[in-house]
Ligand binder design. Structure first.
Ligand SMILES: *[C@@H]1O[C@H](CO)[C@@H](O)[C@H](O)[C@H]1NC(C)=O
Ligand SMILES: *[C@@H]1O[C@H](CO)[C@@H](O)[C@H](O)[C@H]1NC(C)=O
Ligand SMILES: *[C@@H]1O[C@H](CO)[C@@H](O)[C@H](O)[C@H]1NC(C)=O
Ligand SMILES: *[C@@H]1O[C@H](CO)[C@@H](O)[C@H](O)[C@H]1NC(C)=O
Ligand SMILES: *[C@@H]1O[C@H](CO)[C@@H](O)[C@H](O)[C@H]1NC(C)=O
Length: 332
């Protein structure tokens, strides 16, 4: 018992000794990166959220950043939910090993998407969302060829969507929803060369026709809701598609729903508030839908009986020209 105690207290002593010594022995932080981070902190007026950025400590141990385990260079800067008044500092472009850059839920962050971000060629993940940044979606983003995720949702961005974004071959998801974007959806969005990204463009002021070219793509998720899109969009569907979610609600789309073939992979379909005509195709009874809304259109005829179609309540179908049958009133 005594021997055990002494060996364990020796171990404890050793542990205390090594942890006391280690900071000075193994500073991983790259001095250039440290300088840049301190510049960023200063440009943001030393916000509380960055108070761990103390020049006396190893910057690889600061909050909101991480260092690559082999190069020890800063590879991630993630600032989330704080009071960050001001603009994105130009110095972020001087962290050349950055793969991850995130400014999220910072409603006091204003100004444009910082142009120096164009220098960050290693970026894979870029999220600037729930902020008050404004200006346009810059064309230079298309040069960040390693981007797999681009999220600029919930901001005050305006202007049109740059068609060059379709050059991003590795992009798995593109979120431009909840901004003030205008103009058409670029034709090039039907020509993504590599990966077909999940596409979120909802809650903007996009107008014109949905480009036919989008029919060539097989989007897992496509959300074009709450825009001013018009005309036909039936080409987004097809029995050979493999996507599971389509939301086209609250636009001015106008096509005959009777003729549309849906793929069996579809589980969520929202078409409410458009100008769809025709009737609900019989084949929709074979879909494993978890969500359906075709309300506020110009549909007619009996709701086919079977599958999931009667599992939805009347609000899935109401406000159409003459739809009838369960869960609506029976057909006359
Ligand atoms: C933004 O700034 C205002 C005024 O300084 C402050 O009251 C508010 O809490 C800030 N917002 C956030 C999310 O910190
Ligand atoms: C930021 O956006 C919010 C909501 O979008 C708004 O209420 C607020 O006034 C904006 N703040 C600034 C500083 O622009
Ligand atoms: C992009 O990623 C690939 C694979 O991870 C890497 O080999 C390449 O160097 C990266 N490109 C740049 C510009 O960092
Ligand atoms: C919609 O398409 C169906 C099937 O092709 C056709 O019978 C119907 O007349 C069309 N409805 C309208 C309003 O054009
Ligand atoms: C369908 O959409 C309408 C219009 O937005 C809404 O009132 C209704 O609650 C929705 N129903 C379902 C089941 O989503």
């Amino acid at each position: 018992m005594k021997a055990l105690l002494s060996s364990s207290s020796l171990f404890l002593l050793l542990l205390i000794f090594t942890t006391l010594l280690s900071p000075s022995l193994s500073v991983r932080c790259n001095p250039n990166d440290k300088k840049v981070l301190l510049k960023i902190k200063q440009a943001l007026n030393n916000p509380y959220i960055l108070s761990s950025w103390n020049p006396d400590n190893d910057c690889c141990k600061w909050y909101c950043v991480t260092c690559d385990s082999t190069t020890n260079r800063i590879n991630s800067l993630t600032i989330f939910a704080g009071d960050l008044p001001g603009q994105i500092p130009a110095a972020v472009g001087d962290l050349p090993y950055l793969e991850n850059l995130e400014f999220h839920k910072l409603t006091n962050l204003t100004g444009p998407i910082q142009p120096s971000i164009a220098k960050l060629k290693k970026l894979k993940f870029l999220r600037i969302s729930w902020t008050n940044i404004s200006g346009s979606v810059p064309d230079f983003l298309s040069q960040l060829s390693n981007l797999t995720f681009l999220d600029l949702a919930f901001n005050s961005l305006s202007g049109s969507i740059p068609s060059s974004l379709s050059k991003l071959q590795n992009l798995g998801a593109l979120h431009l929803d909840r901004n003030k974007l205008t103009g058409p959806i670029p034709d090039s969005f039907g020509k993504f060369k590599g990966e077909v990204p999940e596409l979120y463009l909802s809650h903007n002021q996009l107008s014109g026709k949905v480009p036919d070219s989008l029919g060539n793509m097989d989007f897992n998720v496509i959300d074009l809701s709450r825009n001013n899109l018009e005309g036909d969009a039936s080409f987004l569907f097809g029995s050979k598609k493999t996507g599971y979610k389509v939301d086209l609600s609250r636009n001015k789309l106008e096509f005959n729903l009777s003729k549309v073939e849906f793929s069996t992979s579809l589980t969520s379909l929202d078409l409410n508030h458009n100008k769809l005509f025709g009737s609900i195709p019989e084949k929709m009874t074979s879909l494993s839908l978890q969500f359906l809304n075709v309300s506020y259109n110009r549909l007619c005829g009996q709701i086919p009986v079977g599958g999931k179609l009667q599992s939805f309540d009347y609000s899935t179908y109401f406000h159409n020209r003459c739809l009838c049958g369960a869960p609506l009133d029976s057909c006359k």
